[in-house]
Design a protein around this ligand. Sequence first.
Ligand code: SF4
Length: 362
Amino acid sequence: MSVENQGALADDQRADDQRADGQWSDDRDYTPLEQESLRQATRRYQQGRGSDLSAEELARISARVEELKREQHAVVLAHYYVPAETQALADYVGDSFYLARLAKTLDCETIVLAGVSFMCESVKLLSPQRRVLNPEPRAHCPMAYMVRKQDVDRIREQYGDDLAVVDYINSTAEIKSWSDVCVTSSNALKVIRELPQHNILFIPDMNLGRYVAEQLPDKHVILNRGYCPTHNRIIPAQVEALELAHPEAEVCAHPECTREILDEADYIGSTKQIIEHIAASDAHEFIVLTVVGVAAEIARQTAGQDKRVYFPATPPICPNMAMVTPDKVLACLETGAGEVELPADPEGAMAPLERMLELAAR
Ligand code: SF4
């Protein structure tokens, strides 16, 4: 294996430039909106709920959403990481790629996507003829923006034809259009193995890129210093405390976690793979190292089984996903607000997605 961590954004000067630009930094601070969302969502989590709405209010919202879905021939899709009360309004719950592909096949005129903005954009990209509504357009995934065009161009110039730019699907349509192929956390290994190029620039997530590189000794992988702030906040001391408290528990981690965390893991997989692994496992206890929203789907898929899941003491809550509350799903259906525009250069963003599908199917 060869992993180069001096890739697109590795030197301090460039990182400083980005701080000055207000784009991101290694110690990226949350915006005031994200800080407040995280504070409120953590309080709710500690109170054992994902919403401040009463049971009566939730029932009213649910009934009204059902009515509007029928009237508008609409379908609600939700990501695993939004609050459980929002997932409960959805016709389908899943990861971003599943939802985007599913959206294409649905018989409906309107799709409400409860997730972050790049996910809404992906659904619109794959279903351009449908009205796509984003209940909370301020909910953005910070990692989805953590790479710069000039850095991608510089690496392309340096390596020429023997370079493939591989883009984790958790990125904006614009970033997708700079890349040769997209990958998901489930299919990254398979897709990259199929690429003829020896040199791989993996964007934007450094942690997933490093994990993939370690499994692919024949490739030279250049890492970009993007990361998911929520998975980055999972620290070894809290995992070790959980292991001490639950010595029989299997440790399941998402590859967006840091290497120190992945070193502790018994099982590493995408959110969907972790859910399926827990449902199929003979073990009864699991330390889950990904966003706490996944607990709702684990509970659904393990209903009737004696399974317990534990999350770190500082709960991994994505403040942006936490903003997507049930009342906002209702509001966008009632008002039509949050309609998602087709991204600029849709063909450019579609090409790496199609390449991914082709390589993954081989
Ligand atoms: S959990 Fe991380 S990767 Fe997922 S939307 Fe939130 S910030 Fe982005």
